[in-house]
Design a protein around this ligand. Structure first.
Ligand code: PMP
Length: 403
């Protein structure tokens, strides 16, 4: 082993941090512990029997291509299926606007790879998805956080920040938003808010990265149009993934963008993995072609709705006064705000004694704020454990509440 590793590591390797959530998850493996920490889909949502059939069919009919290297852009049939799906929604795109990625996390790495130089500003929500923030930071992005309200990123603060940066001669590379059931808050941006953010992005000529893994994980209410559709000028890069609507283990996602951006992303992806698994893409395309996708998604959403309802009811029943939480119409998370004097990292230790775990919200704040917040996942545990875990969490909070 080289003994001066620190001397030879690159600046970007030195910027890399271990995911706090992944470290927390290691601590929460005890069987008696109810963990609301991960962002995991429920294994009950995995269409195992259908996949057995599809996998055999792909191997029987298309093994030479399914097991071979394939195009960096992705499997043509799968891209056509996704383009068709978006066109039905109203997006004016063709196959040249969409490439397959090795799930969204790869997209969150490729995007700063092609846009960010060390020291460049990137705007994100306060709070925002940790995996996004951390990927951007690895490329040396200087993250600028904008507070959210009940409808998502606040346009007044965004405008203010843009003006401030403009005065200093700085132009952010992009604005990172998760408009549909945001991770970690669960907030879904109404159309008006989306338009306000787009307007500001246009005014200052800044790209928007619309990361949307939870868009189709909706239990009630009306789907909002994507920012990509609302913009229609090529200013938005839209990310999608199969992780929450099919299976995360396939590591299958996609990027929708202007052709010129796609072109650069393809080059960046070539250096990373040449292509996303050909086999997995063929399986996914056949799964869609057989019409299995929609019914399974509807079943999954019905199950998640029950789990969310159970958790929200339990919160109403057990939580002490002074605790607030979001009640989203979709996604996988509730976001909890505690009285200001309670630090969720201290609560975490007490909660572990009560055999329940969550993610302290501060990890999602690029400025280190959010000490009194926490993220709760409701999709992974059973309905019964969601209720019992909420009771335990409320007990832990009560131990810290000053009357
Ligand atoms: N973006 C957001 C907002 C997420 O919540 C996640 C997963 N939790 C991802 C991207 C990455 O998802 P994947 O790589 O599985 O597509």
């Amino acid at each position: 082993m080289i003994n001066d590793l620190d001397q030879i590591l690159s600046a970007s390797a030195k910027r890399m941090k271990r995911s706090v959530i992944r470290e927390l998850l290691k601590m929460t493996q005890r069987p008696e512990l109810i963990s609301f920490a991960g962002g995991l889909p429920s294994p009950e949502s995995f269409p195992v029997e259908q996949l057995k059939q599809v996998v055999v069919e792909v191997l029987d009919t298309d093994s030479a291509r399914a097991l071979q290297y394939s195009e960096t852009e992705g499997d043509k049939r799968l891209r056509e299926i996704l383009v068709e799906k978006y066109r039905k929604e109203g997006l004016n795109i063709n196959i040249n606007n969409l490439i397959i990625s090795t799930a969204s996390q790869q997209a969150l790495d490729l995007i700063p790879k092609i846009f960010v130089n060390p020291g460049d500003k990137v705007i994100c929500g306060l709070p925002s998805y940790l995996g996004g923030i951390s990927a951007f930071a690895t490329y040396g992005a200087d993250l600028v956080g904008i507070e959210l309200d009940d409808h998502g990123m606040r346009p007044d603060l965004l405008e203010q920040k843009m003006q401030e940066l403009q005065r200093k001669g700085q132009k952010p590379k992009f604005i990172y938003v998760i408009p549909d059931f945001q991770n970690p808050t669960g907030i879904c941006m109404p159309e008006r808010r989306r338009l306000e953010i787009i307007e500001i992005a246009r005014k200052y000529n800044v790209l928007i990265v619309e990361d949307s893994p939870y868009r189709e994980v909706r239990f009630s209410g009306t789907p909002q149009r994507t920012m990509y559709e609302l913009d229609s000028t090529g200013q938005v890069i839209l990310l999608g993934t199969m992780s929450k609507i099919f299976v995360p283990g396939f590591r299958l996602g996609w990027i929708v963008a202007h052709e010129d951006v796609i072109d650069k992303l393809v080059m960046a992806k070539q250096n990373t993995d040449l292509c996303t698994s050909s086999f997995v893409q063929k399986i996914a395309a056949k799964y869609f072609d057989k019409g299995y996708f929609e019914p399974n998604l509807a079943k999954t959403n019905a199950m998640y709705k029950e789990k969310r309802d159970a958790m929200v009811e339990a919160f109403h029943r057990f939580m002490p006064k002074g605790v607030k939480w979001t009640e989203p119409e979709g996604g996988l998370f509730l976001f909890v705000t505690l009285p200001e004097y309670i630090d969720a990292e201290d609560l975490f230790k007490i909660a572990i004694e009560e055999n329940v775990a969550f993610v302290p919200g501060t990890v999602f704040y690029c400025n280190g704020e959010g000490k009194n917040t926490l993220r709760i996942n409701f999709s992974f545990m059973s309905k019964e454990l969601n209720i019992e875990g909420s009771r335990r969490l409320a007990n832990a909070i009560k131990r810290m509440i000053k009357e």
